[in-house]
Design a protein around this ligand. Sequence first.
Ligand code: ADP
Length: 493
Amino acid sequence: MRVLHVCTEIYPLLKTGGLADVAAALPAAQVRSGCDARVLVPGFPALRAGILDQQPVAELGPAFGGQSVRLLRGTLPDSGVVAYVIDAPDLYDRPGNPYADADNHAYPDNFQRFALLGWIAARLAEGLDPAWQPQVVHAHDWHAGLAPAYLKAAEQASGRRLAASVQTIHNLAYQGNFPSHVFGYLGLPAHFFDINGVEFHGQVSFLKAGLFFADKITTVSPTYAREIQDSEQGCGLDGLLRTRAHDLAGILNGVDDAVWNPATDPLIASHYDVREAGGKGAAKPAGKLACKTALQQEAGLAIQDAAPLFVVVSRLTEQKGLHLVLAALPLIVQRGGQIMLLGSGDAALETAFKAAAAAHPQSVAVRIGYDEQLAHRLIAAGDVILVPSRFEPCGLTQLYGLKYGTLPLVRRVGGLADTVIDASLENLGEELATGFVFDSFDDGGIGAALRRAFALYQRDADWKVVQQCGMQQQFGWEAAAAHYLALYRDITT
Ligand code: ADP
């Protein structure tokens, strides 16, 4: 099966969120399972610099505002997955964030930058690389949303089937909506600007285009697949998603074991594994305790194992519910707990967390920024990882927490609901619990879950059972890779 993943970020070369982890791990897992999976990415500086052995495939001349557009083919470091790179310096050769300028304003020509991505995907299905044509074009998020539309347009023009298409929603809140006048620059047939097409409340919507034209739609957890069909989480697209419900699947993301594994992780102070988390009678994993002590030292927190250490690794956005964590800080501090947050984003949240750290230096530590290595140290060191999201398509950090014996405390929403089992009495009794789950998106909801976490921390034997159960969960990419392959087969035969 020849599959082209169309995406904008790939870990470790370029990452602003979980999409990068998926775009690195899923094609690699598919290749391991015998699929000929490749990726297509814009030539952002970090991708141009990091993709190996780039050779020209085609010269395309001027397109979408780029003066000279070329398609190159290289390979991803580590996995060796084949990567097509669009070399269009006028469009992509900009420092920093791939989507926005230094003041965090979206680039005004984003519609051209990402239309080019979708257009090249369709051109590859038409035979732009004579040596390789995809049977499936798999578009990720709004940036790739026009790929299924260009593919449909090319099929209508040629009267032949070129490739099947899949649109994956990693986050429905980001839709790529632009004023209607941009439609004239896209080179799509005029009748595509329609409610049955790319039009969305008078605008052009890249994500809606993908959702409308793709043969199949997926999102990254079964619960989120249900939630986005309701108005509360549907971001205005729930009606379309309901009409396409039979083509919509929720496939849970995996975790790349080569990157996130406490037994081998080169970024943490000491290694440990599930065998050390021996359940009821056993001691806590010694390696994990060493990681906690090292982080407390590094962060200037009081060095105490008795203090449960709560950690947060997150974008600081409204979605992530971190105002609930701010509200819960007094409870954590009063009960003798500690908390360390790593994140960046919303300026007001950054300021508030920094103020809390200044007020309680022994129990609250905050690092503003994006730091992959520190993220590993935090997740290995923590006793509990907090993910109190308002909505969460899949969520990765709670999965890392499970693997690292760091009990997730999460809101029952999206992929968090699918991956964490609450430490209720009955789940504790049956040794099923893996963390703490709360429903109500308010101070009372998170507060009650935190009090349960403190109570369990006092019950050492029970804590270790929950920790061991979490560490035994399997979140490999193989299951997801097989699920996607079955879906591709459905639409190519
Ligand atoms: P989202 O994609 O909505 O940001 P996910 O939980 O799916 O949320 O993925 C977030 C990814 O980004 C995880 O791999 C997490 O470790 C990482 N991450 C988030 N913020 C930071 C940060 N400040 N420093 C390092 N890694 C971060």
